[in-house]
Design a protein around this ligand. Sequence first.
Ligand code: CMC
Length: 431
Amino acid sequence: MEKEHVTLTQPDGTTLELPILEGSVGPKTFDVTSVYKKTGMFTFDPGFMATASCRSAITFIDGEKGILRYRGYPIEQLAEQSSFLEVAYLLLYSELPSAEQLTEFEYIIGHHTMINESLQMFYRGFRYDAHPMATMVGVVGSLSAFYHDSLDIHDARHREISAHRLIAKMPTIAACSYKRHKGEPFIYPRNDLNYTANFMRMMFATPCEEFEPDPVAAKALDLLFILHADHEQNASTSTVRIAGSSGANPFACISAGIASLWGPAHGGANEAVLNMLDEIGDVSNVDKYIARAKDKSDPFRLMGFGHRVYKNNDPRATIIRKVCYDVLENMPTADSPLFELALKLEEIALKDEYFISHKLYPNVDFYSGIIYRALNIPMNMFTVMFAIARTAGWVAHWMEMIGDPDHRIARPRQLYLGAAERAYVPLDKRG
Ligand code: CMC
């Protein structure tokens, strides 16, 4: 049977057949890799609006139907029944672990949580008021200077050890960034605690006072980590892949991913949502801000609304909204007026013609900040929380890419709009 193809007709009437590639689920894709060779033209797609940049078997999203699956498992089932480390294992190794494999994985991650003591000096080099994301970019990038023994990207075992180190050390690095910012001593990890509880203790204990993580808080945080663990070819994951495509070491690649995540259109949105809610302040001001979001001459956007892929609902937002209710019921620190304000904003926006016609719905970050605040996590750490979780996805994508024998350096082309060739004019001859 003839293979399906798309026919491209050139201005001179000649045609080119472009093979259609089928994934296991989701839209078909036609292969444009031969277009330049055969037509002398490039394809143009800024922002990758319709371009599949790679093959991947990790995460599937159907933006129209609001579906998100890791390795085939619906996010709702993982959120309900799994744990973050089990999800990290699933992303890395393609399958859910057996009980024995999970215990071993938890042991390995638990025994890679310490960071080299010299890194403390590195932290001290930052100004006390450095944003924790700035510290994260620097410290994670510096790890390649400390862990030389796992840097051979062509060795599968080295790649695996680096992946384990990154997942394990990220909470320690994050907590140290916070402690540095706060001017408190670093708290060392403890191997008898689970991933999330250990992180909370490193954040909130001091040498003079122990910290017992509240089980509701630890569970809510673990769930947020599951929801943020991966999201296929988003900006930061694509950044990790592009950085890694040149053969750069994994620590440098993840540092690049953190830098990309920091932007307010991506992971920085959770911090921006709380800033926005604080600025709105009261339900009586909601209409004014909705009007601003619709006004094209005003750069203000409703933060936590809209998504490149989800056009009807973000399944992660639906799950988080429910968790907000649980946290509010069970935690005295929860800020219910803030949640009520968020609910009101959502209610008004969802009835508004502009938001309906632009298909703008609350995304994962609209509610996550409310939970972080209830857990006493300071606002400038919100995006760091996202980075801890997304590290599992980043390393899974990096491993998938490096392990693919067909992978090549990522090198997009451009539509050049600058000056054509012109002759250099000596300084004394310029008008
Ligand atoms: N408020 C008001 N208008 C918006 C918003 C918003 N939050 N988002 C998009 N629009 C409008 C935009 O002005 C444009 O209107 P028009 O077609 O009339 O010019 C239209 O909707 C399409 O927007 P776009 O920016 O071209 O869409 P995009 O797919 O490039 O951007 C987005 C997606 C998430 C960057 C954008 O919706 C946004 O800036 N949202 C606010 C930031 C945010 O919450 N980001 C977190 C994303 S979820 C977490 C993550 O994955 O990182």
